[in-house]
Design a protein around this ligand. Structure first.
Ligand code: ATP
Length: 334
């Protein structure tokens, strides 16, 4: 089991409140991603769950038991770090086996578990190598192997892929999610990369300045952001925001429309503007349009290869995909 619940969790460093009042229910077996801008408290929240930091207030329950006074090694969680944290003088086998040896497991059982993990992670040919003889992706697999063999209630990942190049990140992202589903172990994963969050998560926690802004599935966050912060954070390119008044909706403080929900209208149809930059990527065209009092708008279109900087266009928003926000940035539900 690996059901994790946070109740009114707070953390201050000196006078500064870093985590303000975190309430969260993480289902057993789910993959939850913490995402948010730099310094919002993602790593701190993960370290509180791991027990590497003490809470200032509130409770952390693992399978119904409050663990705030339980030391990290006794919480039944395995952490995987960005830096891999492998022992350089030990072989891959030694690194994966280390925690099991410390726990005093019999040798044949250790060997069996290490070999099973190595097979799952395609590390069998490298078991006798040292970390320096491995690629970055292989090292990260060893770090994951070390976490797996302990059969934890949950994996805690702190930006584990950020030292890898772009292509390898995409590959490892798939491997990590596949492995987590196969093992059925709860996972909490910290990243500042919202594409990683969208593609890996069953549920995403969006953090901002120590507060949970929204907790939901990737699609819920994309389609129904709770406020202007989440709307602007989830989705790439970023959602366009225009003043309600200028867009003909005076009761609305800010109107949001995603670049993919703007299309090129006929003359006189939609919002007029002038293309300042046109990026033709083949599959998509990104248009950056100066729309006067509506500001700069980004449109993501398919085709439209003839459009270029200086062209006059009309941008037509999909009326079903508009997001309306009040003065405080909260969503206005119809
Ligand atoms: P990033 O994406 O940049 O890693 P993060 O969201 O993981 O950011 P945290 O590392 O959790 O952010 O840090 C949140 C805030 O807490 C930051 O302002 C940081 O400076 C502060 N902080 C973290 N650890 C400590 C500490 N031990 N003492 C004092 N302040 C700290």
């Amino acid at each position: 089991m690996g059901q994790i619940t946070l109740q009114r969790v707070r953390k201050s460093f000196g006078p500064v409140n870093i985590i303000k009042d975190a309430n969260l229910d993480i289902d057993d077996g789910s993959f939850v991603v913490f995402v948010g801008p730099s310094g919002c408290g993602k790593t701190t929240l993960l370290r509180l769950i791991a027990g590497l930091e003490d809470v200032t207030g509130g409770q952390i329950l693992i399978d119904g038991r409050n663990v705030v006074d339980v030391p990290p090694a006794k919480r039944g969680l395995s952490m995987v770090f960005q830096s891999y944290a492998l022992y350089p003088h030990m072989s891959v086998r030694g690194n994966i086996a280390f925690g099991l040896k410390m726990a005093g497991l019999p040798r044949p059982e250790i060997d069996r578990k290490v070999e099973a993990a190595a097979a799952t992670l395609n590390l069998t040919p490298y078991l006798d190598r040292k970390p320096r003889e491995l690629s970055g992706g292989q090292r990260q697999r060893v770090a994951i192997g070390r976490a797996i063999v302990r059969e934890p209630k949950a994996f805690l990942f702190d930006e584990p892929l950020s030292n890898l190049d772009a292509a390898l990140r995409v590959q490892m992202r798939l491997e990590v999610t596949k492995l987590q589903k196969q093992l059925g172990t709860t996972a909490i994963y910290v990243t500042h990369d919202q594409v990683e969050a969208m593609t890996m998560a069953d549920k995403i926690v969006v953090l901002n300045a120590g507060l949970i802004e929204q907790y939901g599935s990737p699609l819920e966050l994309y389609e129904h952001p709770a406020n202007i912060f989440v709307a602007g954070f989830i989705g790439s390119p970023k959602m366009n925001f225009v003043p309600g008044e200028a867009a003909g909706e005076p009761g609305v403080a800010t109107l949001g429309v995603r670049p993919e929900h703007l299309r090129i209208g006929k003359e006189g149809e939609g919002w007029p503007g002038t293309i300042s930059v046109a990026e033709h990527l083949g599959s998509d065209t990104f248009l950056y349009v100066d729309a006067g009092k509506l500001g700069m708008l980004t449109a993501r279109c398919i085709g439209e290869f003839d459009l270029k900087a200086g062209d006059r266009v009309w941008l037509l928003p999909d009326p079903a995909r508009l997001h309306r926000f009040d003065k405080e940035g909260g969503v206005i539900r119809k």
